[in-house]
Structures are given as structure tokens and as C-alpha cells.
Ligand binder design. Sequence first.
Ligand SMILES: Nc1ncnc2c1ncn2[C@@H]1O[C@H](COP(=O)(O)OP(=O)(O)OP(=O)(O)O)[C@@H](O)[C@H]1O
Ligand SMILES: [Mg+2]
Length: 432
Amino acid sequence: MPYGSATMPAAAVAAATVEFRNVTKRYDAGAKNVPGAVNDLSLTVPAGKICVLVGPSGCGKTTSLKMVNRLIEPTSGQILIDGEDAAKRDVIELRRSIGYVIQQVGLFPHQTIGENVVTVPRLLGWPREKQRARADELLALIGLEPGKYRNRYPSQLSGGERQRVGVARALAADPPIMLMDEPFGAVDPIVRERLQNEFLRLQEELAKTILFVTHDIDEAIKMGDLVAVMQVGGYLAQFAPPADILASPASEFVARFVGADRGLKRLSLSRVGDLDLREAPTARVGDEAAAARRLANSNPFGYLLLVDDQNRPLGWVGHDAIPTDGHLAEPMAESMSPLMDRRTTLKDALSMLLDADVQVGIVVDRKGAVIGLVTADMIAERMRETVGDGRFVPHATEVEPGAVVAAAAVAVGADDADGSGSEAELEATDAR
Ligand SMILES: Nc1ncnc2c1ncn2[C@@H]1O[C@H](COP(=O)(O)OP(=O)(O)OP(=O)(O)O)[C@@H](O)[C@H]1O
Ligand SMILES: [Mg+2]
């Protein structure tokens, strides 16, 4: 079940702008020649947008995030929320206005799922009935049936379900800002893909300002309206929309970090709905077989797509399988193609075709009715169109050249090995 099976009430608070202004964090402020964790970071995340912080392990992503809700205080510089300095806000009130999904989920093991979800509302002193209603509403929103899940404990959930609960908990008090630290990091790639898609769909309704951390460039490109590529030492290597980062990486480091398969990556920026879909040669169950045979003959596939009375696909019928008279029937369908919708990224569409070892995918609407067809050739064509040379062009950057050179040798794409102490962190956030 996807997120979004229930609708969210109109947001009580609009999204807020988050601005980092020359923010530096040195854990060891006294020591000389020790690189900072975050170094003179300046960037602005517009209200309602997702900004992804991406970079190798230890580059300062988590530190940057925790300075927003003041779990960590900057050594210098300011973080402004809707123009107001976070350092001047009451810290408890500040944290309650910011949803926080911590690295490695960190649900409270001895609380039920329902209790976990309403951690912040409980601290805010909401009446019990309102808490319960909010828990159920959020569980439905993230696609977990409240009756089934509300009284379970975290250990009785799958990894993907736990990650959704982590997101629900962060949303509970409807905060204008969400900080999400590798929110989908602890699940396998297939579940991860699904959670990403569901979350993007949810964000269309929520329109929160989101700072999202990952060390996975593919995830960054997919999730971000804006992407901040960081490198070890806490330097901002590039801050731009994902398409710009792929098209013109600002440094050798960024070029290496996004990798050689930029063409393929750009496919995740286009969706099936962006293509001119091919019309599907359809025939309906009950149609006259003779006419259907003629139709099958006249199209280059030699196949018809058999649909039910709601235009939902049942499968392909080859010319040879259609009798010379009588009517079309469901058992005549011989094979099926993967189903996708307008929002499926071209990258996902291509991998669905490759997995199913077919050339054609069927695009359906929300009700499952056929809209058209996508072919592997159409996707390949789009990939050729969108690939520039994507090389790093020197001077096309506002980044300090010294910083770029110094860190260019850093290993990229390192695995994330963090994740300790997450509950303590959440308690630090909540239990005051
Ligand atoms: N409490 C601390 N005291 C001293 N150094 C710290 C502390 N927390 C983090 N660091 C250091 O600051 C740097 C940035 O750490 P941070 O946790 O922000 O990295 P990250 O980008 O989130 O990495 P990862 O992808 O592994 O989670 C690292 O070099 C780390 O060792
Ligand atoms: Mg981290």
C-alpha cells in the first residue's frame, strides 16, 4: 500500500525558507589544521522544496542537518528560518516546528507504533483522543492500516514499514520543515525505490520544506528540487537543480561523484508522461474476431492489446491466436507487458522493460485504463537527446578552487557506516 491512501488536511503551517549563511562547524574549535566538519556553508532552500545534501561519508551532511534544529550549534555563521535566526528561537519550540527523521529510523522499541507516531503531539499535550485520531490518520497516510498496525511494536514491522513510521512520526505535528537523514537508507533497493516514489507523491500534497540527506547520488537526483554536493572537509562543491549538476558539474570532484553514466541518470529526471506515447492497438473482449484479425495484421506489432470493458489491459493477442470468426475472449491473451503510469521515471521504465525482457510497456491511468505504449527505442532516443558532453568545464564554478583540488582525490560513493545513537538523538529532540 502506498503513501497517500488518505488525504492530509490542509497544512496548518505553510512551508518555511531555510537559509544557511556562512555556517561553519568545527568540533575541535581549538585545534589548528584540523578540517572543519562544515566549512562556510551558504545556501538557501526555498519554501516547499526538497534540497538534498549528498556527498561521501563524513562530508558533514548530518552535521549540517542537526544545526537546523540546533542539536548541534554552529561554530560561526547563521541559519535563518523564514529570515529569522534559529539561534534566537526558543530551542524546544524550534525543534517542535521541525520534523526529524533520523539516520537509521530509531523508533522507540517499547512503544507501540501508534505511540511512536504521536511522540511530538504527546509532548505538546494534545488531548488523548486527538492524538489517537492523528496516529490513525498518519498511519493511513503512509499506507499502514491503522487497525492492524497501531498496537504493534517496532520489532513486529518490516524494515520498510519502520521507515514509513519514522516519516509519519516526523509529520505528526505538521511541521513546516522536515529534516530527513538517510530516511530510506536501511532497506533493500526495491523497497527503497517504492518508498521514494511514494514519498514524492506525498510531498506533492504536503509541500514541506525538506532537507534530505543521502550519500547516494541516484537518490539525490531523483528526490531533489535542488542538490547540494558536499565533499569531505564540509565544503559545498555545487548547489544546483539536478539537471544542471548532470549537465555541467562544477568541478572534477562533482563530475567524478555523479559518475560516468550521466546519460542514464538523466533518465531519472524524465517521466513516461514526457514522451509522445504510442497509441495502443486495442481490442475489447467480445469484439468480433474477424475485424480484430484484420486490425492485428495491419499494425507493425502483429499483436493486439486485449482490454476489458473498462479499457484495462488483459494481455497481448497475436494474430495467429485470433480465430477467423466468433468473438474475442480473455483466455486468448498470451502475454503481458509491464504496466507503468505517467509518473514512472524513464530510468524505472527502462529497467522494467529490461527485467521483463520485452520491448514495450503499457501506460495506464489511475484507474488502470490504457493510455498508450512506451517502447525501449523511445527511451533510448530520449537518452540520446538529453546527453550533453557533461564534462567539467573549469571556471564555470563559484567554488573556491583550492578547496576543490584538495578534496578531488577523496574517494567517492563511500558506503554509509553511521547510525549509532539514534534514539538518544531523538530523545534529545523530544524529551524536553
Ligand atoms: N561529535 C563529534 N565530535 C567530533 N567530530 C565529529 C562529531 N560528529 C561528527 N564528527 C566529524 O565531523 C565530520 C562530519 O560528520 P557527519 O556526521 O556530519 O558526516 P556525514 O556526512 O553525515 O557522514 P555519513 O554519510 O557517514 O553519515 C566527520 O569527519 C565526523 O567524524
Ligand atoms: Mg550522516
